[in-house]
Design a protein around this ligand. Structure first.
Ligand code: 3PG
Ligand code: MG
Length: 395
């Protein structure tokens, strides 16, 4: 069975209950200011499409943060409701709870068009994929639309179980569609040369994606703290750099795979005596005992950029260094600058590299920037996700 897309449905006069991933970062000081609206912005085309198709009601659902099954004002979707109302220039009614007893009345009020349910994760049933909870959510719509790519790796009531109530009436939204198309190109039909770039903190977090990517890529460039266990596994010294024995063992395992030769490692670094301390250039691979590396160096950036120059497909996951500190942002932003100039299909996935690309102002120069962190990783590892499978095959 194939996924059904929006254009296959007649939404006129119908109630639609739609799952999005409005899990956006909020300013820690006030828990109200959205610091990156990308996920909401990327959901707008689907919302606008459904409104244009003259749905009678649009019930929007999402989670925000991890409130652990209890109501908590810190994780209210209120800022999202406000932002949506501004962007759509329409009223958005936020319910007190997604199980609100007044929903029946609300759904019958002709003047309310858009309802946003309060955070689904205020109820433990959401993450428990509870059947009865999904049934209540399903009662809000004649049709179900899932556009929550960022949450499609979770088998939750609103992403998974809810499908059981919408046989032949469940559709993928426009964002979900574009995410699947872009990632499919990389996973199943990459044009070669295909170069992968993997960074971030721990080998153990990304071992599966590294092994998976090594099968298809021509070269895999490693950066970030993840580089040091690899260097240590090859016999170089890494000083005080972040590096656990577990990660060194995993790195050894990867380097010994038949595909391990495709791994490319840094040849120089930016180092410091302490975390976030002043940066100095280290022109060698070996890192002395009293230093820790916090970014790739200029020679490495040049080497990686040269390897990327001829690529036809690039997948980037994870930053090259401690880019939150501008002294150690050069490697990460340098990679973004190189990708922006390529004549290649460039995909950026994974929360930190996506925020780096957004900060660099170069997001529009990439072929695709995924709204999924964990979801894009799991998609690359497994070629699908539970939320997508449920849409495709029903449950
Ligand atoms: C995310 O940001 O990773 C998604 O919104 C899913 O949230 P979760 O990781 O808390 O399940
Ligand atoms: Mg996550």
């Amino acid at each position: 069975m194939a996924i059904k897309y929006l254009e296959q449905a007649d939404f006129t006069g119908k109630k639609v209950v739609a799952r999005f991933d409005f899990n956006v970062p909020l300013d820690k000081k006030d828990n109200k200011t959205i610091t990156d609206t990308t996920r909401i912005d990327m959901a707008l085309p689907t919302i606008k499409y459904l409104l244009e198709k003259k749905v009678s009601k649009l019930v929007l659902m999402s989670h925000l943060g991890r409130p652990d099954g209890k109501p908590n004002p810190k994780y209210s979707l209120e800022p999202v409701a406000k932002y949506l109302a501004e962007k759509l220039e329409l009223d958005v009614v936020l319910t007190e709870s997604c199980l609100d007893r007044s929903m029946k009345t609300l759904l019958n009020l002709p003047e309310t068009k858009i309802v946003l349910l309060e955070n689904l994760r205020f109820h433990p049933e959401e993450e428990n994929n509870d059947h009865d909870f999904a049934k209540v959510l399903a009662s809000y719509g004649d049709f179900y639309v899932n556009d929550a790519f960022g949450t499609a790796h979770r088998k939750h009531a609103s992403t998974y179980e809810i499908n059981s109530f919408f046989k032949n009436k469940a559709y993928a939204g426009l964002l979900l569609k574009s995410e699947i198309e872009a990632l499919d190109k990389v996973v199943n039909h990459p044009q070669t040369p295909f170069v992968g770039i993997v960074g971030g903190a721990k080998v153990s977090d990304k071992i599966k994606i590294i092994e998976q990517l090594l099968v298809n890529v021509n070269e895999l460039l490693i950066g970030g703290a993840m580089a040091y266990p690899f260097l240590k596994a090859k016999g170089f010294t890494v000083g005080k750099s972040l590096c656990t024995q577990e990660d060194v063992d995993l790195a050894k395992h990867i380097l010994n795979l038949p595909t391990g030769k495709k791994i490319v490692l840094p040849v120089d670094h930016l180092v410091s005596s302490e975390f976030n301390g002043p940066a100095s250039i280290l022109d060698t691979v070996n890192i002395p005992d009293n230093k820790m590396a916090l970014d790739i160096g200029e020679k490495t950036l040049a080497l990686y950029s040269q390897k990327l120059r001829t690529a036809k497909t690039v997948l980037w996951n994870g930053p090259m260094g401690l880019f939150e500190n501008k002294d150690y942002a050069r490697g990460t932003f340098g990679i973004a600058e190189t990708l922006a100039t390529l004549d290649a299909f460039t995909v950026v996935g994974g929360g930190d590299s996506v925020s780096a690309v957004n900060q660099s102002g170069l997001a529009s120069k990439m072929s695709h920037v995924s709204t999924g962190g964990g979801a894009s990783l799991e998609y690359i590892e497994n070629g699908t996700l539970p939320g997508i499978q449920a849409l495709k095959f029903g449950i």
